[in-house]
Design a protein around this ligand. Structure first.
Ligand code: GRF
Length: 193
């Protein structure tokens, strides 16, 4: 059985690329990308995904309420028979409707060692709180903000002279390793029996 994965993003798309590479080179076995989806027309990731020949959708919110937007997205995901959803820099909080529609089948990556520093600007929060270690977390998405069950984490040191940019870059490097590892783990446990 080939697991059909959807990747949702809003911007740069580097984690989307890391996942696509891992599926292509077998780090994530028995999986394919059903579609990638952005809520931003200008997202750099959209161009990259299209160049890679991935099925790419842009679904703008267009002034609609969160759930209305999510209902449109969920109907595309269902049409594509998506088994697992990976949020990769998707900057919109999902409505309970969306979370329930794919219960326990939505993952997210966050640039801190959750439960520390949920929400926006996690790297800045780490610096401002004097953390000496930070990292990234892949977790299941539930109806809390970055609060669902943790699947895997990787750590990085925080250097005394770090800026938000230098710390973010160090964490991002680990994100690109962690996300494929975590997806492979979930697929093995969930879909391999
Ligand atoms: C990453 O730092 C991720 O942890 C966070 O948003 C950022 C997305 O980066 N959720 P990219 O678009 O994958 O390059």
């Amino acid at each position: 059985m080939t697991i059909r994965i959807a990747i949702l993003f809003s911007g740069r798309g580097s984690n989307m690329v890391a996942l696509a590479d891992a599926i292509q080179n077998g780090t994530i076995p028995n999986a394919e990308i059903a579609l990638v989806l952005s809520d931003q027309l200008t997202a750099k990731g959209v161009e990259i995904a299209q160049k890679r020949g991935l099925k790419t959708l842009v679904i703008l919110r267009g002034g609609r309420k969160r759930e209305e937007h999510d209902r449109e997205i969920v109907s595309f995901l269902r049409n594509e028979r998506v088994d697992l959803i990976c949020l990769a820099g998707y900057m919109r909080v999902l409505s309970p409707f969306f979370v329930d529609a794919f219960k326990d089948r939505i993952l997210n990556i966050h640039p801190s060692l959750l439960p520390l520093f949920p929400g926006l600007d996690a790297q800045r929060q780490a610096l401002e709180n004097g953390a000496t270690v930070s990292g990234c977390t892949v977790h299941f998405v539930d109806n809390t903000l970055d609060g669902g069950p943790i699947i895997a984490q990787r750590t990085v040191p925080v250097m005394p002279d770090d800026t938000v940019d230098s710390l973010s870059a160090r964490i991002l490097e680990q994100e690109h390793i962690l996300y494929p590892e975590a997806v492979a783990l979930v697929l093995k446990q969930r879909f391999d029996g």
